[in-house]
Design a protein around this ligand. Sequence first.
Ligand SMILES: [Zn+2]
Length: 74
Amino acid sequence: MTTTVVWMRSEYDRRLHAFDPDKIGSEFAEALCDHSAPVKCLQRTETGTRCYACLLLHGADLADNQGEAAKWAH
Ligand SMILES: [Zn+2]
């Protein structure tokens, strides 16, 4: 479970995936959705289409970490 992720665009599917900073190695990185790619094929950018699986997984982590009080409160 992580609340801090790094979004990077993979050259393989040209989508932005969310990476747990702890899972960014010196050569390979693994996204929340299990997409993995060599670090040299990943670009740090905020522009592009985000991976749906990473968005959902990251959103679920955020909701869990916010606790009941913050759940969908207006
Ligand atoms: Zn992904």
